[in-house]
Ligand binder design. Structure first.
Ligand SMILES: O=P(O)(O)OC[C@H]1O[C@H](O[C@H]2O[C@H](CO)[C@@H](O)[C@H](O)[C@H]2O)[C@H](O)[C@@H](O)[C@@H]1O
Length: 525
């Protein structure tokens, strides 16, 4: 089987060392066997401990992927034998957990010197492909020997970020299956766990990836037929591959027509969202409503009212529109949700709260004047429509003869050429807005802060179709999900959305899946 890292959704990949980058898992396994077989054989014959030889299964269950001393302790306990912990400075002939761990380390280094380190070339090739696609990479390992092993393998410079046993000890991070070291690696590369991939061959590491809320967990099983692949899947691997040559890299799509389809990429999308509470934000025209020739005729598309109601029962929902607040509110007319009008300059909450962006009020007189001036200028242009929305003025030219569109746009440029306002564009519309650093993206984060009550557990999903929605897509680019609604737009344009749907009907299918995810998370199923 193969698995895809999507550079649009996945911003970093964290690689385990032993067994993933280098073949040192077998060197570790041999050193552990050497240690335990020797130690168990020397226990008195009347000891209650199970003295049978150390097996591959013991390796996988008790020591693989764990910090060295934890591994000694876990294995000996599994055999009914305990030792005092001791101290990391214990000489390696001391009969303590640390002493035995130190002895294993000596065996490991002896083998490393004797046999060298074999590198999995397909892993190194994957690291390079990811870099070319703009995906960050890091190495993590429970081993304190991570640095020396990479050096011995000639890979000392491959990773800029390394979180290994030495770093974990310095920071006091618990070992796998605790996700602390993985979360630290993601933090150091600057990627949100939801947008980060973990590659692991140990059960404990896979479990850590899943517990840490990582977007994709890839298990590596190089031991076909041993049941290890099934064990990795049970512990939470999304996919298990025999070698990283089976991992494909999909370059980040930069334009609307190339963005992956949300429903076709559903598994990857669900991976990004599954560990978080969701908050769903939707634009109105072209997203919740089909584009129609006359703005006053736009209505909520079929099937969207029930799914928005369903979503609102299990997560915060907001409609974020370029329309005036009262206009979009009346058109959607659903209780229990947030409404942001005029690109977020005015907002109503579900419990009767009302907010206006204070600084934008200074622009109201000039906007009102501009609306009047534009009406005067454009009465003679058939089809031109001026929509005064208080915090913005929209000039529609959808119904204007192609030959007269330039005249409409020239009028907008001239009237809008005054301090305090700026001109933006949309689908057959030009708008004057307060010249302030406030847009659908900043409004989204303002709303998110309110609905998440200071936690960072909530991941925003934003769906929109238009140029003004790009501000919101950019805002959720590194933490959240941007869904572009392509809606039969002519030509192509750059977009920061992660995925796309074709029209409001497909958005309804996607929102239903989000509702299912949110409900499952709520009920813990
Ligand atoms: O942010 P939105 O909710 O998408 O609002 C953007 C603009 O939508 C409306 O205009 C657009 O939809 C009309 C109806 O489908 C269409 O006729 C027009 O050509 C589109 O530009 C609305 O009238 C504007 O005020 C919004 O800014």
């Amino acid at each position: 089987m193969s698995v895809t890292v999507d550079a649009g959704l996945h911003h970093a990949v964290l690689f385990d060392l032993d067994g993933v980058i280098t073949d040192t898992a077998s060197v570790h396994a041999a050193a552990w066997k050497n240690l335990f077989d020797d130690y168990l054989a020397r226990l008195p014959s009347d000891s209650v401990a199970d003295r049978s030889p150390f097996t591959d299964d013991d390796y996988r269950r008790f020591v693989d992927g764990r910090p060295r001393y934890d591994g000694v302790d876990a294995f000996l306990r599994s055999r009914g034998h305990t030792l005092p912990w001791g101290d990391p400075a214990d000489p390696d002939d001391t009969e303590t957990v640390c002493g035995l761990g130190n002895r294993k380390n000596r065996y490991f280094h002896q083998r490393l010197r004797a046999d060298g380190v074999r590198v999995f070339d397909s892993t190194v090739a994957l690291v390079h492909s990811l870099r070319e696609a703009g995906v960050d990479t890091a190495v993590f390992s429970a081993s304190r020997n991570c640095g020396p092993v990479l050096e011995a393998a000639g890979l000392g410079q491959l990773f800029g970020v390394r979180v290994d046993g030495v770093v974990a000890a310095e920071l006091g991070l618990p070992g796998k299956p605790d996700p602390a070291a993985l979360l630290e690696a993601a933090r150091r590369v600057g990627a949100h766990p939801a947008h980060t991939v973990v590659v692991e061959d140990a059960e404990a590491g896979v479990a850590a990836g899943r517990r840490g809320g990582f977007g994709l967990v890839i298990g590596v099983d190089r031991t076909e037929g041993t049941g290890h692949a099934e064990a990795l899947r049970r512990r939470g691997a999304d996919a298990v591959v025999p070698d990283l040559a089976q991992v494909r890299v999909r370059p980040r799509a930069e334009t609307l027509t190339r963005i992956p389809h949300a429903l076709e990429s559903w598994e990857a999308v669900a991976g990004v969202l599954r560990a978080s509470d969701l908050a769903v934000f939707c634009d109105f025209d072209g997203t919740l409503s089909e584009i129609v020739p006359v703005p006053g005729d736009a209505v909520l598309a079929d099937g969207l009212a029930p799914v928005l109601r369903r979503l609102a029962r299990c997560c915060p929902v907001a409609v974020v529109s370029g329309r005036a607040l009262a206009d979009v509110r009346d058109r959607v007319d659903l209780p229990g949700i947030w409404y942001a009008g005029c690109h977020g300059f005015e907002i109503d909450g579900p419990d009767g709260e009302h907010f206006e962006y204070e600084a934008a009020r200074d622009a109201l007189p000039v906007l009102a004047e501009s609306a009047g001036a534009l009406r005067d200028r454009l009465t003679a242009v058939p089809g031109a429509l001026v929509e005064d929305k208080r915090f913005a003025v929209a000039v529609h030219y959808r119904n204007v003869e192609p030959g007269s569109v330039a005249e409409v746009l020239a009028a907008v440029r001239e009237v809008g050429d005054r301090p305090g306002v700026r001109i933006t564009g949309g689908r057959k519309v030009a708008e004057l807005r307060p010249d302030i650093d406030w847009d659908k993206g900043t409004a989204l984060w303002w709303l998110l802060e309110r609905v998440s009550e200071g936690t960072d557990r909530v991941l925003p999903v934003y769906a929109g179709d238009d140029l003004t929605d790009e501000d919101a897509f950019a805002a959720v680019r590194h933490r959240g999900l941007g869904v572009a609604v392509r809606g039969g737009q002519q030509g192509d344009r750059p977009s920061s959305a992660h995925v796309a749907v074709t029209d409001p009907r497909e958005l309804q299918v996607l929102l239903t899946r989000l509702a299912e995810l949110a409900e499952r998370r709520r009920t813990g199923r």
